[in-house]
Design a protein. Structure first.
Length: 139
């Protein structure tokens, strides 16, 4: 079972280089960037830039067959940036862009995803992320 933690109120928000801490797992620590949060209350959507600081377990998970990370790039992977659009009314999300970076900031893999809605699974990192943002912005 993966252990995790996340903040419960705005006063507990931890900042790291303008990133807001959301959640920690054995595979990664999740942050979002407040300056890239776009909220449309009329459409009930949130567009957000999230950062996943990968642990060794997270790097190993990227080598599984369903992922396109090449083995020679594995050792260099440090973090990913993911642009995600949430529809919080219908509890759906779409990851629109994912970029994998090395420790020195070199792009290792970069791809755009077409708009494809997925259900937000309760307790998932997407669920924790959207609930954190909605709470932090009093929505």
């Amino acid at each position: 079972m993966f252990g995790f933690s996340y903040h419960t109120s705005k006063s507990e928000v931890k900042m790291s280089d303008d990133w807001v801490y959301v959640w920690s797992l054995e595979a990664f620590t999740l942050y979002y960037k407040p300056s890239f949060v776009e909220i449309d209350k009329q459409k009930k959507t949130v567009n957000v830039l999230a950062k996943h600081d990968l642990t060794e377990n997270g790097k190993i998970a990227l080598l599984r067959p369903f992922c396109s990370i090449e083995k020679e790039k594995y050792n260099d992977i440090n973090h990913t940036l993911v642009v995600t659009l949430f529809d919080y009314k219908y509890k759906k999300y779409s990851t629109n862009k994912t970029t994998y970076y090395s420790k020195s900031g070199i792009v290792l893999l970069d791809y755009d995803d077409p708009l494809k809605w997925n259900e937000i699974i309760s307790g998932s990192s997407f669920d924790i992320l959207i609930h954190t943002i909605l709470r932090d912005y009093n929505i």
